[in-house]
Write a protein that binds this ligand. Structure first.
Ligand code: DGL
Length: 224
């Protein structure tokens, strides 16, 4: 049982540097946590790989986090969450907190009824993403700019700023007034995206809501 004084051990996982933004946020905003961040530098990026292959990379890493005593594991990866969280929950006993594109929130906040979702090809192809759009954004036009090489660029710190600016300008010109960062790698270029949007679109990413969800899960551990 977790006690008041003992730190809660939280595992945070992503394919690469994206999840680090989430780990940093959790460390900064949640009291009494011991955050262990792990990524998969050998196989990153995941977003353009077959999902069965991604599962074979992810499973041993998550199992190891569980074995090492993590009491909650954050899948700080939209690609893994939207495609694999249900399968992982069948074999991992500790609670898994996932991240997925903020489709519902975007649909609630858009005035123009046009929203841009920036995410990896595997996230956009997932059943979960399709379900989110069908369930919460039926009356919204969804734009999906080609972000297939964004995580690779961010991972290698070789960002084609012109290309990103052009893509953001295009979705804003097409009327999008909300842009969803549906991949944690993109959190590192959030400011750049905001500048490219020139105030025409709200940029959403889930760090705050993940921290809130995690707090609820941790509170559940304390009373169980
Ligand atoms: N950062 C991850 C995500 O949120 C994965 C990016 C990748 O590996 O392609 O989707």
């Amino acid at each position: 049982m977790a006690t008041k004084h003992r730190k809660i051990k939280i595992g945070v996982f992503d394919s690469g540097v994206g999840g680090l933004s989430i780990a940093n946020y959790i460390e900064k905003h949640l009291p009494n946590v011991d955050v262990r961040f792990v990524n998969d530098t050998k196989n990153v990026p995941y977003g353009d790989k077959p999902i069965d292959l991604v599962y074979s990379f992810v499973l041993p890493i998550i199992k190891k986090l569980e074995k090492d005593g993590c009491q909650v594991i954050v899948l700080a990866c939209n690609t893994v969450t939207t495609n694999l969280i249900d399968d992982l929950r069948k074999v991992i006993k500790v609670p898994l907190v996932g991240l997925e594109p903020m489709v519902k929130s975007a649909a609630q906040q858009t005035q123009s009824k046009i929203v841009a979702i920036c995410a990896t090809p595997a996230t956009l192809a997932s059943k979960r993403y399709v379900w989110l759009v069908d369930s919460f954004a039926k009356d919204v036009s969804i734009l999906e700019p080609d972000c297939s090489n964004w995580s690779r660029m961010i991972e290698s710190s070789e960002i084609n700023h012109k290309f990103i600016k052009k893509q953001i300008k295009e979705v804003c010109d097409a009327g999008a007034d909300v842009i969803v960062l549906g991949c944690t790698h993109y959190h590192w270029i959030e400011e750049e995206i905001k500048i490219a949007a020139e105030g025409r679109a709200l940029v959403l990413q889930p760090e705050q809501s993940v921290a809130r969800r995690l707090t609820t899960v941790i509170d559940g551990l304390k009373i169980s």
